[in-house]
Design a binder for this molecule. Sequence first.
Ligand code: UD1
Length: 364
Amino acid sequence: MKVANVVGARPNFVKIAPILRAMRADSFFQPLLVHTGQHYGQAMSDVFFDELEMPRPDINLSVGSGSHGRQTGEVMVRFEEVVLSARPDLVLVVGDVNSTLAAALVASKLHVPVAHVEAGLRSFDRTMPEEINRVLTDAISELLFLTERAAERNLLAEGIPAKRIFFVGNVMIDALLANRPRAAKSGILAGLALKEGRYAVLTLHRPSNVDEAGPLSRIVAALEVISAKMPIVFPAHPRTVKNLDAFGLSERLRRAGDVRILGPLGYLDFLHLVDCAGMVLTDSGGLQEETTFLGVPCVTLRENTERPVTVEEGTSTLVGSDTSKILAAAQKALSTGRRTARIPELWDGHASERIVAILKERFA
Ligand code: UD1
């Protein structure tokens, strides 16, 4: 069975690694790895392939950055040629980035079945580009693999037949469990002179937080207060760095208590940094899941989440970009401390094996 596995952005690399490993362990599968090039270069792309011990992509479409239309369109034009020449039996896409939707659209129009891993998540906020990508990808997927129960309700409400839906667990947690022992050897804490539990980790990249001065400056105001009490480690996304500079906020952050603005980190250093943090502040969906699994308090800088299990059972608190809400949640997170969170159902390190077993049964 020839499967074209498509990745484009950082979280995709993490999700595909355990799936690819499971496929490569069974000669029934002939997996092909296609990188769209949405994220590129050593820090945003290559380091993940090295650290997750993944083969280099068989094909790189090198689309690079661009507006939504341009990026999505370029992936479609280039991926169509790949599907026409490689003739896969299935196209497998993960997550909710532009590359996910573009590849799914191409495959479905060429009558190649699509499997979507991490299907059914809904923020019900259509101003988020990812929400559009999720709704549309799910509508044209043959097989939908789910990370949490809420996703099943969402898909059924949209009229997706139950026979296409499989609740399998979370492949990102497969990757976390497989790599946590190696991550524990990272020297990042020593390198930054950090003490376990005594620092916060920040990530920020959502357009709704970083593309306008208002929300970004409200977040910076909260960081000024928090960083007077504990170091904040901030591996910054290129988009965020650009906007902090453009809005004149970089200087304010540099003058604040102790904010360490770093470039993007590799998977292992970052996992260890989060694993040992006193608290995480983030607008990333994946990180809400990882902190839930690790029991690290997570102050989520968003008004909504497509991953409700991280709030209902996990460690995430939604606060948006309001300065006082961020400060109140951070205070609470630090006083509650790390806890043994309830680990969501089937987040057990075996989601990829379940996916691969279902594919084999379907296509054998
Ligand atoms: C993308 C995804 C987002 C995901 C995130 C994970 C979409 C719509 N967005 O957001 O869902 O959470 O990845 O990281 O698919 N850039 C670089 N180097 C790179 C990539 C990007 O410098 O390797 C800069 C460019 O200026 C680019 C900007 O970052 O214009 C945004 O990149 P893009 O891939 O469009 O979206 P992300 O914000 O990374």
